[in-house]
Design a protein around this ligand. Structure first.
Ligand code: MF3
Ligand code: CO
Ligand code: CO
Length: 273
């Protein structure tokens, strides 16, 4: 996910007459050839999450998981997009329990009952695929199971409203209405994002919103939907490492992310294995 305040891809207005150097934000509409490349990268990103799920057992160290992720991506001809991105030091984000996003893999051991979010972004042949899942390790408390389930359902409901003519507010509302009905809250400070030719492109994709409001979707848009859903309040704070985002109340958070293309008559999920 991208922070709302992150700068996004811009391009220069074609100069008409005299040179105009004002950068304007653009939404790249992808061609079928580009979507095919993003799908290949997205498949690798998804296969990476399948692969790492088999290694996610109590006692495993998160830095070891990150090494496995790195080697899996590189071994399949890809590049981990997060490694060195704005100084980020790892090939994945591993965020446990009250850590919402951008957990940095380190010496921490996964334990039975943890809610573990793993976010992987691949670059394959120059194209980006971005996805994340919440894994339940061992015997997770019931609230954690309900939270992860509601978050996965919310992502699927959001994908179901994506088609040309629908609006980003419809996408946000699908998520917000579902999780709030279960007593959970939608993180505001991070949003989904255009993706494919770069890691974080226009538009920003909020996970809350009002039906009928916001950007109108067009065929060829490719963006992530990646709801971060908290068991308690939606406020988060960033730790002193400059990355790790945690819930302010210390309660659990869950996330699922897919890269999605707007097609002629609906949506295609590009991060499937
Ligand atoms: N993959 C994250 C996203 O969904 C971004 C991680 S950026 C990092 O947009 F630098 F923290 F890795
Ligand atoms: Co993302
Ligand atoms: Co991601």
């Amino acid at each position: 996910m991208t922070a709302l305040q992150f700068s996004e891809a811009t391009s220069r207005r074609p100069s008409v007459g005299r040179a105009c150097k004002v950068p304007i934000p653009v939404i790249h509409l992808k061609t079928v050839q580009q979507i095919d490349k993003i799908r290949k990268s997205g498949r690798l990103a998804s296969q990476t999450l399948d692969f790492i799920g088999e290694h996610l057992v109590p006692g495993v160290v998160t830095k070891g998981l990150d090494k496995l992720i790195h080697d899996f991506i590189v071994g399949h001809g890809g590049v981990p997009a997060t490694l060195g991105y704005k100084g980020y030091p790892a090939s994945s984000c591993i965020s446990i329990n009250e850590v919402v996003v951008h957990g940095i893999p380190d010496g921490r051991r996964v334990k039975d009952g943890d809610l573990v979010k793993i976010d992987v972004t691949t670059i394959l042949d120059g194209y980006f695929g971005d996805n994340a899942r919440t894994y339940l390790v061992g015997q997770v408390p019931e609230e954690g199971v309900r939270l992860a389930t509601a978050t996965r359902e919310a992502l699927n409901l959001a994908i179901a409203v994506v088609r040309p003519g629908a609006r980003l507010g419809d996408v946000g509302w699908a998520i917000q209405s579902h999780v709030e009905s279960r007593g959970f809250s939608v993180v505001r400070q991070f949003v989904g994002h255009g993706v494919g030719l770069a890691f974080h492109e226009k538009p920003s994709v909020p996970h809350h919103g009002r039906q009928g409001s916001g950007l109108k979707l067009k065929s060829g848009m490719v963006f992530t939907i990646e709801p971060m859903i908290n068991a308690g309040v939606y406020e988060i704070k960033i730790l002193n490492d400059g990355w790790t985002a945690v819930t302010v109340d210390g309660k659990l958070s869950a996330q699922f992310e897919h890269t999605v293309a707007v097609t002629a008559d609906g949506a295609e999920v590009l991060t499937l294995s």
